[in-house]
Ligand binder design. Structure first.
Ligand SMILES: *Cc1c(COP(=O)(O)O)cnc(C)c1O
Length: 220
């Protein structure tokens, strides 16, 4: 009941501006089923094995979104079914996604993760690196991936102005990349916003919010 209520409320806030990816990492299948019955059809996981197991046990019309750092040697396990990979953070992993997508005779849609937070992080491209990747000849050879937008995580802080500034910066960059669209690259999805900051993210132009604890309660 609580899950259904939370999903209803968040969906109402999103309206037609953004869509909800329910972040289900660490949560048991029963709760995912509840979310599904409440109308959620996009689930986000950050671990390959957990996503594979849950995918096997749940309805096939669920779109599985990978939101966590992806190791190259694990891409093959999700390649048959993953709907969107939010967390592409290197050319190396993009090449592997292409290879595995080809083996599965499909095209996998990806977002490039951009590092926008103040905190140090191993993951995510700089804007400069994104520009280099989009300009590289090698990207043109990766026929089984499509880059459909960007993902970013704001600094973990209560300072709203800081969060807003980071989201706005990513939105501006996203818009600037529309000039570089081609058959492989489109700027359709801007994945930003989590439980603590999705309201700000929507105001700043997010199209996909990734919300976990506001739906399912805190993770342990
Ligand atoms: C866990 C996670 C989320 C959801 O976080 P909540 O604060 O529980 O909403 C969103 N995005 C990523 C990349 C995550 O790892």
């Amino acid at each position: 009941m609580r899950i259904q209520k939370a999903i209803g409320q968040i969906s109402q806030e999103l309206g037609s501006k953004a869509r909800l990816v329910a972040v289900t990492k660490t949560k048991p299948i029963g709760l995912l089923r509840e979310a599904y019955e409440a109308g959620c059809t996009m689930f986000g996981e950050n671990k390959v094995q957990e996503m594979v197991e849950k995918h096997e046990h749940l309805p096939q019309d669920i779109a599985w979104h990978m939101i966590g750092h992806l190791q190259t040697n694990k891409v093959k396990y999700i390649a048959p079914f993953v709907a969107l990979i939010h967390s592409v953070d290197s050319l190396k992993v993009l090449k592997e996604i292409d290879k595995q997508a080809k083996k599965n005779n499909r095209i996998i849609e990806c977002l490039l993760q951009v590092h926008i937070a103040e905190e140090e992080s191993k993951f995510g491209f700089s804007e400069q690196e994104v520009l280099e990747l989009l300009a590289s000849d090698e990207l043109g050879t990766l026929k089984n991936v499509r880059i459909v937008g960007l993902m970013g995580m704001a600094t973990n802080t209560d300072a709203e102005t800081q969060i807003r500034k980071e989201f706005r910066g990513l939105r501006t960059f996203f818009d600037s990349l529309k000039a570089r669209e081609n058959e492989q690259v489109s700027m359709r999805e801007l994945s930003m916003g989590m439980s603590g900051d999705y309201r700000i993210a929507i105001e700043e132009g997010s199209t996909l919010v990734r919300v976990g604890s506001a739906i399912f309660g805190a993770r342990h």
